[in-house]
Design a protein around this ligand. Structure first.
Ligand code: THU
Length: 131
């Protein structure tokens, strides 16, 4: 699946965002090794801390359906500029992927889009290698 199509699916998922507190809609689309795509949106909560980001929603949906092999994720916010994933989401991604291969596609409302490897976003990371 090409990057444009993955961004399109992330944008569609952004429509489902539940964000009555921040009014900041985010969508994500996660491409699995077998070609399956799981989308996600941010889901906020009145108690704030239970809020789940779009990226984690997509990952948790995929893992809960038996997927462990992931190729790339597209993320789109409401910003003009591309939206980088938060630190918590980076850590969750790291749990399941090889950071030197997994691609993070960061998109925004303009055509500005940046594609990086997760390793670039998470240098010197803590993970399963220490167990
Ligand atoms: N948010 C995401 O969904 N993904 C990110 O990577 C950044 C932040 C959401 C969480 C919250 O609902 C809103 O954006 C404002 O922080």
């Amino acid at each position: 699946m090409n990057t444009e199509e993955l961004i399109r699916q992330a944008k569609a998922a952004r429509e489902h965002s539940y964000c009555p507190y921040s009014h900041f809609r985010v969508g994500a689309a996660l491409l699995c090794g077998d070609g399956t795509v799981y989308t996600g949106c941010n889901i906020e909560n009145a108690a704030f801390s239970p809020t789940n980001c779009a990226e984690r929603t997509a990952f948790f949906k995929a893992v809960s359906e038996g997927h462990r092999d992931f190729k790339k994720i597209a993320i789109i916010g409401e910003t003009e500029e591309y939206l980088p994933p938060c630190g918590v989401c980076r850590q969750v991604m790291l749990e399941f992927v090889d950071p030197s291969r997994f691609e993070v596609v960061m998109a925004g409302n303009t055509d500005a889009c940046k594609v990086v490897k997760l390793a670039e976003l998470m240098p010197e990371s803590f993970g399963s290698k220490f167990f």
